[in-house]
Design a protein around this ligand. Structure first.
Ligand SMILES: C[S@@+](CC[C@H](N)C(=O)[O-])C[C@H]1O[C@@H](n2cnc3c(N)ncnc32)[C@H](O)[C@@H]1O
Length: 270
């Protein structure tokens, strides 16, 4: 198993990450290195994205590339790294090898698949806002735009939303979402679609854990404004801009959560 790491200048990190996720949709590890941010991908030799492709993706932001061979017990260490996400006694997202914790909603997601083990701050913030909506009694049709592993769509279905449409442009995410829905015993309408070129289906509740450029594009091409939208994948300093982009559609900021450098918004019709 190889770890291939690209160090990029902090100022360019966000753009570099968006480009890297195109090449490594199953996710990249992010390590804070002071003035730099290191993004790493893992895989057996021959299955990693090609180095020239990666270098071209991050362009001028690139500072250094390193590769390292991982020790034989890497698999076990990797399992140690992926601990369950526990949101009180209300919701747990755990990898298949961790025992059940007995929360009201408990999802099993294999972190070897697409983005969305629940451990990333952006996913966690979405889940917290989704739980707050569930507590208020919001239910009905829901769309998860950029579903990754399907973690948000599956949580929504388990909390009682339905029908739930989960969309991603990445075929591996579509496959992972279908598989994860089966493992977790929920019915989802999983579709492949690109929000840059297609109109996303409308629903009263929309979850959109996307990066800033995609959220702006989604806001510009919003089909029918939802009654409530959870927008995540934003850096703290980007939140005002994203809130303003959706305000044009009559959606107002109702709550904002922050975790480290990440923020998520709950926007609702006034
Ligand atoms: C930050 S991940 C979120 C995954 C999951 N919803 C979660 O919260 O953990 C963003 C997802 O958006 C998908 N995506 C990126 N560009 C897209 C596009 N143009 N159209 C649809 N999905 C896209 C990626 O493949 C990725 O799965």
């Amino acid at each position: 198993m190889i770890r291939l790491a690209l160090r990029v200048a902090r100022a360019d990190a966000e753009i570099a990450l968006a480009e890297l996720l195109e090449l490594a949709p199953s996710g990249v590890e992010e390590v804070d290195r002071g003035d730099f941010v290191e993004y790493a991908v893992y895989g057996p030799p021959g299955e990693l994205p090609e180095l020239p492709e990666l270098e071209a993706a991050v362009g001028g932001a690139l500072v250094e590339v390193t590769t390292s061979e991982l020790p034989d017990d890497w698999n076990e260490r990797w399992k140690d790294f992926h601990k369950p996400l526990v949101l009180g006694d209300r919701l747990v997202v755990r990898p298949p090898w961790e025992p059940a914790l007995g929360a009201a909603v408990e999802l099993v997601i294999d972190p070897a698949q697409a983005f969305g083990t629940g451990s990333h701050a952006t996913t966690r913030l979405c889940l917290e806002l989704l739980l707050s909506l569930a507590q208020e009694g919001a239910r009905g049709p829901l769309v998860d735009v950029g579903c990754g592993s399907g973690v948000l769509a599956i949580a929504a279905a388990q909390l009682g939303w339905g029908p739930v449409v989960a969309i991603d442009y990445d075929p591996l995410s579509v496959e992972a979402t279908i598989e994860n829905a089966t493992v977790n015993g929920v019915t989802l309408d999983v579709r492949r679609g690109d929000l840059r070129t297609e109109t996303m289906p409308a629903a009263p509740t929309v979850l959109a854990n996307l990066l800033r450029p995609l959220l702006l594009e989604y806001a510009a091409n919003l089909p029918e404004p939802p009654q409530r939208l959870i927008a995540s994948g934003l850096l703290v300093h980007e939140a005002d801009e994203i809130a303003a982009a959706f305000e044009r559609h009559g959606l107002r900021e109702r709550s904002r959560l922050e975790l480290g450098e990440w923020a998520a918004l709950l926007l609702t019709v006034a």
